[in-house]
Design a protein around this ligand. Structure first.
Ligand code: AHR
Length: 665
């Protein structure tokens, strides 16, 4: 029995060796890629590669928005209007339930006491700073001891960097006339190391803003901010804000530079914002209300956002538009269509009310584009930007549909189109009786679904609306994302490119995730207070966006196979300004593939190719904040190119061959 079992194993072993040998020989005769320059060409949309920013996973609050203080406004427990508590669940009037999003109303803050100090802190609603900030923090000090004050640890640690400046601003008041000196320090989480200290004297009386700047002498990604007082009494604090002096393009109230640079490095043609589901909100009050998110930060209304955390709206409408301008990208703003998020028991505006939502959208457009003497253009100018912002697209709602959507869409479309005919209006659906210039298709799924969708848009109705794939991600069966997911997206995106006459724009979703608080399983860029991890999906987009051809050349892979079974996907294109032919190839198989690459109708192809390869032996490999370099694109050169040559594509790889062609092609 045993001997037979052993023989069985040996035979199985031999079979494996035979399969491996067969694979190797398959690598030698893996097929051919024929690129025919004589056939009609499809133009690739210059706007194909953009980004989609939504406040999810702390993408903004505690992420791209450089504010270092968590719960700076002490409003974290403010409920959307009409919502109430059912135990630990928030319930909207429409019956949607959401988990409680904070541990205590002073989340992010704690009391610090040393020696014989005595006192306490509370959230307080007496004599508020203003009606948009009804709560403050009250610190009652009975005895100062060695030290007493308040601490904020930021968003899972404050990243304090040696030799960098930090600007603090806070509002404070005391009861009566007594004045205190507020000690300010940036220090380690244990309080043993001090990186910078300052004091602000004469704090007291009525509400007033105080500022100071600190230069850190050491680095610590897990630092904290401490404010202490020097005498007993009661003091109230509100809107306590700490910013690194250095932000992206050094904008005040700006963006974390390391994260923003990663966006700039994608060279996005456009930025879609602010969502996503948060555009609708849990109910209409909870929707994104852009007017609450402009002007001085102490005048802004924060929101418990639909993804379950408090958002100060410091990253507001103006900052989004500024980000687009600073990235050299067109802005695509998504407005609320007159109802809250479809998937969360939508609250619907009454028919007569819809015009108010239309006006809200028109006002936003005027803020972005109107002359500086228009009502909202003047507000933009007052906020520091007299020139218009690069707003080019308006999307009416997110993932909405049905007859109410259809009716509302028509009202939005007619009003926007009449006043701003040069804007492209994007709909969520193809509608029967209303012109939809561009429709936003979303796609999430597993690798098989993405490979299979390589030809999805070949069948699109060429007389129908243009397509914007506003959200897509291979996010199922790939854990937190991996190389196989990125390869599937690469094949899918090549399929979008070759349908450039219909598919005009695309953006991956979601963009960011803070590794300490994730609401969505698979995202593009991970970060914590000091580190960044670019997932393989990021590198696929970068390779495509940096090497976007202007025209697709007809590309055939032999032997042909249905995309759902194919192992090799290839699309070649011509870049007009360089005259280069870009051959992009996905090999999703575990074996290397030697392919013959043949050109037809091309006078000459140079022998040297510049090559970029994203690959790994393990298709489940991925970059993380701990191992950000696990899978990186590798640059090389290949000297055997020509009008006909062979190339071995690595297992599990996405390869870009940049070949010099003889002009004109
Ligand atoms: O990208 C995450 C979410 O997925 C978006 O908010 C929503 O539009 C989609 O359902």
């Amino acid at each position: 029995m045993r001997a037979r079992h052993r023989i069985g194993l040996r035979l199985a072993g031999l079979a494996l060796v035979w399969i491996a040998a067969a694979r190797l020989s398959a690598a030698e005769t893996g097929g051919a890629i024929t690129i025919d320059a004589t056939q009609p060409r499809t133009k690739v949309s210059p706007s194909l590669y953009g980004i989609f920013f939504e406040e999810i996973n702390h993408a903004g609050e505690g992420g791209l928005y450089a504010e270092m203080v968590q719960n700076r406004d002490f409003e974290i427990n403010t409920l959307p209007a009409g919502a109430s508590w059912a135990g630990n669940l928030l319930r909207t009037t429409n019956g949607w339930q959401e988990r409680k999003w904070f541990g205590s109303e002073l989340q992010g803050w704690s009391l610090i006491k040393k020696g014989p100090a005595a006192g306490f802190i509370r959230q307080d609603d007496q004599s508020p700073l203003n009606d948009r900030n009804p709560h403050s923090l009250r610190l009652v000090v009975k005895a100062v001891g060695q030290r007493i004050g308040i601490v904020n640890g930021g968003f899972w640690g404050m990243n304090v960097q040696a030799d960098k400046w930090y600007d603090l601003s806070f509002f404070a008041r005391t009861d009566g006339e007594h004045r205190v000196t507020v000690g300010v320090s940036l220090e380690s989480a244990s309080g043993r190391e001090f990186y910078a200290t300052m004091s602000v004297e004469g704090v007291g009386g009525a509400w007033k803003q105080y500022r100071c700047s600190l230069k850190a002498k050491d680095s610590d990604p897990n630092g904290r901010l401490v404010l202490t007082v020097d005498r007993p009494g009661t003091i109230w604090f509100d809107v306590v804000s700490l910013f690194p002096r250095e932000t992206f393009k050094n904008r005040p109230n700006g963006l974390r530079p390391d994260l923003a640079r990663m966006l700039a490095d994608l060279r996005p043609a456009f930025v879609r914002f602010p969502g996503g589901a948060i555009v609708g909100g849990l109910n209409l009050d909870n929707r994104i209300q852009w007017k609450n998110s402009i002007g001085p930060i102490e005048q802004r209304l924060g929101t418990m956002n639909l993804w379950g955390y408090w958002t100060s709206n410091g990253l507001g409408f103006h900052e989004y538009l500024q980000m687009c301008e600073d990235l050299g990208a067109d802005a695509l703003w998504v407005c609320n269509p007159g109802f809250s998020d479809n998937y969360r028991c939508a609250e619907v505006a009454r028919p007569g009310q819809v015009k108010e939502f239309v006006q809200e959208a028109l006002d936003a457009i005027e803020y972005a584009l109107g002359p500086a003497n228009s009502t909202w253009g003047a507000r933009r100018a007052a906020n520091g930007h007299p020139a218009p912002f690069p707003l080019r697209y308006i999307e009416i709602g997110n993932e909405a549909g049905g007859s109410i959507y259809s009716d509302n869409y028509r009202q939005f479309y007619e009003a926007i189109h009449a006043k701003y005919p040069s804007l492209t209006v994007i709909g969520n659906q193809r509608l029967r009786d209303t012109p939809v210039e561009m429709v936003d298709d979303h796609k999430y799924g597993n690798p098989a679904a993405f490979f299979a969708a390589f030809r999805q848009y070949d069948a699109a109705d060429r007389r129908g609306p243009k397509v914007y794939v506003g959200e897509f991600a291979c996010n199922s069966g790939v854990r937190e994302g991996n190389l196989m997911a990125a390869l599937a997206e690469a094949a899918y995106r090549l399929g979008l490119e070759r349908n450039g006459d219909v598919v005009r724009m695309s953006s991956y979703a979601p963009l960011f995730f803070h590794v300490n608080d994730i609401q969505w399983p698979v995202n593009m860029i991970g970060f914590d207070s000091s580190r960044v991890a670019l997932r393989t999906s990021y590198y696929v987009q970068k390779m495509l966006a940096w090497n976007r051809p202007d025209e697709i050349l007809q590309t055939q892979v032999a032997p042909p196979s249905d995309p759902k079974d194919a192992e090799v996907f290839a699309i070649a294109g011509l870049q007009r300004k360089t005259g280069d032919v870009l051959v992009r190839v996905v090999n999703r198989a575990a074996a290397p593939r030697e392919m013959k690459i043949r050109f037809q109708g091309v006078a000459k192809i140079g022998s040297r190719a510049r090559v970029t390869t994203l690959s790994h032996d393990d298709p489940t490999a991925e970059n993380t904040v701990d191992f950000p370099d696990a899978v990186l694109p590798v640059e090389s050169t290949f000297d055997g190119a020509g009008a006909e040559f062979t190339y071995v594509f690595r297992p599990y790889s996405f390869t870009l061959l940049r070949l010099a062609s003889e002009k004109p092609l």
